[in-house]
Design a protein around this ligand. Structure first.
Ligand SMILES: C[S@@+](CC[C@H](N)C(=O)[O-])C[C@H]1O[C@@H](n2cnc3c(N)ncnc32)[C@H](O)[C@@H]1O
Length: 244
């Protein structure tokens, strides 16, 4: 379904939530709003194949409709793994469960409707935070990364995708302008772009790349690589070294 949620003037603009109306149009919304989204999803599977371990767990935190889990499974189906898909939106997790049952029926998948901060991470070889950390209160982000680090097996990885903020105002504005240009090119009107921006700016709080890198280091990760960036959207891979 096409995303036209913000196409008409909304007299009382409310903060963005991941409700049923959003879930219904989410694949279209993500493709037209996140530069390189399809590419990131495809590469999550490619990266996961390098680090996924037999008899381990995979966590997709803030899974929405399970696109990242599907990609990982596509590349790792020869391994015996348990997939934990977690989202606190009932609308998202219900649709995710239905979709994964249809597309990866042979896999061991647990779809959990809960806050990702409540989830125990254990025996994980791959943990995905694909555009989710940015929705957590800033003060809660380090604690979650520490929990993930503790729950990863040696050589396990966290893949973290986020919208970025830039310290230099001019640079930041360039990235915002380029992103809006991308949205216009994908058919969003000025009204849709401005209303979506107003609705999401209090719930999606971006960090700079440097903040992400230093937070990952504080959580224990000694190796972090930025493997993707398109405008102000980026993805990092953080590896738990074998010595721990
Ligand atoms: C931008 S979407 C993530 C997209 C998805 N990972 C993908 O790759 O297609 C963010 C998701 O995180 C979920 N979310 C946000 N905060 C959360 C929290 N504290 N606990 C669990 N899920 C959360 C939202 O419900 C939403 O489905």
């Amino acid at each position: 379904m096409q995303d036209n949620l913000f196409s008409t003037m909304q007299p009382h603009l409310v903060d963005f939530t991941f409700d049923a109306a959003v879930a219904d149009v989410f694949p279209d919304m993500l493709r037209r709003s996140i530069p390189g989204y399809d590419n990131i999803i495809a590469m999550l599977g490619v990266l996961a194949k390098s680090y996924a371990q037999d008899k381990s767990n995979v966590y997709d935190l803030g899974c929405s409709l399970g696109a990242a889990t599907l990609s990982v499974h596509r590349h790792t189906r020869a391994l015996s793994m348990q997939h934990f898909c977690v989202d606190n939106s009932p609308a998202m997790i219900k649709r995710c469960e239905t979709k994964l049952q249809r597309h990866m029926p042979e896999a061991l998948v647990y779809c959990v409707c809960d806050d990702i901060q409540n989830i125990e991470i254990k025996d994980a070889s791959v943990v995905l935070l694909n555009f989710t950390l940015q929705f957590l209160p800033k003060k809660a982000r380090l604690a979650l990364l520490k929990t993930i680090y503790q729950g990863l097996l040696p050589n396990g990885v966290l893949i973290l995708s986020e919208k970025l903020l830039f310290n230099d105002n001019e640079v930041n504005q360039h990235h915002i302008d380029w992103h809006h240009q991308f949205k216009r090119a994908n058919g969003y009107s000025e009204l849709e772009i401005s209303q979506k921006r107003a609705a999401i700016e209090k719930v999606l709080i971006p960090d700079t790349l440097e903040t992400h890198q230093s937070r990952l280091a504080k959580a224990g990760f000694t190796q972090t690589q930025q493997w993707f960036q398109a405008f102000n959207f980026s993805s990092l891979i953080a590896i738990k070294s074998a010595g721990y």
